[in-house]
Design a protein around this ligand. Structure first.
Ligand code: G16
Length: 550
């Protein structure tokens, strides 16, 4: 067995998107595709970390969501890690670690960083998607400086360092060697569960289940299954069968593991009618996203963040109050109203969990969330699906109130930010780029323009200056903000693997409680028409309606 240097050539297109490098499995199966990217990452980590401390001699965490190619990729990465001087790898058993669990393990073991193998909510299987993402020592996704450096390195790379050691066994807990490197196969749930125990009132939740509280937790045949089973059914005493679709499958059962009312329609159907469970929830492919559902009532992610913020002090882990909150720009401003009432800071960041990292590290925010079904706190540096579910469980126990009554009371107190996202998927890339370019060019003329009774007070392309390190991220989405607070936002997704996806985010505020309850799409119809008038979506894409509306 020996360390080898293999010559290679740059492969184009390895630029990380919103959350790491996501591509079709077939792309990752190309010779040296994964090796090139991982070597580029290791080269950057060995030479350009801010403190000058390289990767050699350090501990890395490694695991993924169990999708197709997860296990093979683990073996490849272990060989490269050993040849690049890594001293120790903490590997989730079976190659499995949910995204929030990677973050928890990095933090609890003070590791140098970690690698997450996941394409999140994207479908899996041989025809599906695969992905790889690096998380830094704070447990959070690498910042843009690092991901840009890795991309730049992929364009100049000429050699890969690896070994010819055989595959290691990853199913048994314990320590093995790859060359000089120790591989410790760890329980994927233990560290994560310990963090949850510190934050929530497990006694209270246990008593809820004991007294007949019913729940349906749909983990969508993905990696959330083992975590939900161990914590909800194992520790908290929820009856067996509370967790459904709980076996992580390489292809997620051929489904799309994205917890929204469209893709988790089975859960929505089970939550209809008086005989349905008290509480429903779902998590996604890598268990960082969540959807919360009451009986006959779906909670929008933006509302979820706002309610959690308003009631955080009712949860043991947040009893002392919140330092501040943050939301991504396209997320509704519902949480801003709560922050104002609480007198705490509220930050608006670009889309991508990585933008919350500095604010969390600096202690400026405690909770953060996104419209894309992500919520989290300073307990890790990723959004965290099961954490959000436990938060809502604890909240129902602490208040004795249902999900629906908690949200309705919230609307009465703060008003409702009526919100929807329309996705136009699979658009030719040049059509999508031209649409955005024309919108950007039209911005100066849109400023001040009237549309019926409304007029635009801000027409811009969102740019963010990080309050901590002052880095600037521009071109983050076109915003049309109206005099009454209504808003239309256009941006292209950075997580897709086929064509382009245009996301149209629509929002308006309704303080009149008698007008808060109508169908959301009806309430936003004027804004939809306006967005089409401005951007010509239907004419340019040839699509009469969006492919997904959430
Ligand atoms: C990732 C990011 C999120 C982002 C989402 C959607 O989530 O971590 O911050 O909101 O993608 O991004 P886009 O609109 O660019 O597709 P995940 O769960 O896919 O890792």
């Amino acid at each position: 067995m020996a360390i080898q240097t293999i010559p290679t050539q740059p492969i184009t297109g390895q630029r990380p998107g919103t959350s790491g490098l996501r591509k079709k499995v077939s792309t990752f199966l190309q010779p040296l595709y994964l090796e090139n990217f991982v070597q580029a990452l290791f080269d950057v980590l060995n030479h350009t970390t801010p403190d000058g401390q390289g990767l050699a001699g350090q501990t890395l965490v490694l695991g993924g969501d169990g999708r197709y190619h997860n296990r093979a990729a683990v073996q490849t990465i272990l060989r490269l890690a050993a040849a690049n001087g890594v001293a120790r790898v903490l590997l989730g058993q079976g190659g499995i670690l949910s995204t929030p669990a990677v973050s928890a393990v990095i933090r609890r073991h003070k590791a140098f960083g970690g690698i997450v193998l996941s394409a999140s909510h994207n479908p899996g299987g041989p025809e599906g998607d695969f992905g790889i993402k690096y998380n830094a020592g704070n447990g959070g996704p690498a910042n843009e400086t690092l991901t840009q450096a890795v991309y730049a390195r992929t364009l100049t790379i000429s050699a890969i360092r690896t070994t010819d050691t055989p595959d290691i066994g990853m199913n048994q807990l314990g320590t093995q060697q790859v060359e000089q490197m120790q591989v410790e196969v760890i329980d994927p749930v233990a560290d994560y569960a310990a963090v949850m125990r510190e934050l929530f009132d497990f006694e209270l939740i246990r008593s809820m289940f004991k007294n007949g509280f019913t729940m349906r937790m749909d983990t969508m045949w993905a990696v959330g299954g083992p975590y939900a089973k161990a914590i909800l059914e194992g520790e908290l005493g929820a009856p067996a069968g509370t967790v459904v679709n709980g076996e992580p499958l390489e292809d997620f059962g051929g489904l799309h593991p994205d917890p929204n009312p469209v893709n988790a329609e089975e859960l929505i159907a089970h939550m209809r009618g008086a005989a349905s469970p008290d509480f429903g929830a779902a998590t996604d492919g890598d268990a960082d996203r969540n959807m919360v559902v009451g009986r006959d009532f779906v909670v929008s992610p933006s509302d979820s963040l706002a309610v959690m913020t308003a009631r955080a002090t009712q949860i043991p882990g947040y009893h002392a109050g919140l330092a501040g909150v943050a939301r991504s720009m396209p997320t509704s401003a519902a949480v801003d109203r709560v922050a104002k009432a609480l007198g705490i800071e509220c930050f608006e960041t670009p889309t991508g969990w990585k933008f919350f990292g500095n604010l969390l590290d600096a202690g400026r925010v405690t909770l953060c969330g996104e419209e894309s079904y992500g919520t989290g706190s300073d307990h890790v540096r990723e959004k965290d699906g099961l954490w959000a579910v436990l938060f809502w469980l604890n909240l129902q126990g602490a208040t004795g109130r249902s999900v629906e009554s908690l949200v309705r009371e919230h609307w009465q107190t703060y008003g409702r930010n009526i919100y929807s996202r329309h996705d136009y998927e699979g658009i030719p890339v040049d059509v999508a780029n031209a649409l955005m370019a024309d919108l950007r060019a039209a911005l100066p003329g849109l400023q001040g323009q009237y549309f019926g009774k409304r007029h635009i007070v801000t027409a811009d392309d969102f740019s963010y200056t990080d309050p901590v390190d002052h880095s600037v991220s521009s071109g983050q989405g076109v915003r049309l903000i109206f005099n009454d607070g209504a808003r239309v936002v256009f941006r292209l997704s950075g997580t897709g693997t086929e064509g382009a996806t245009l996301r149209l985010y629509l929002e308006r505020y309704e303080s009149d409680t008698t007008l808060q309850d109508g169908p959301v799409q009806y309430a936003l119809a004027e804004l939809v028409a306006l967005a089409d008038a401005v951007a010509g979506i239907r004419a340019r894409t040839g699509m009469a309606i969006p492919t997904v509306m959430t």
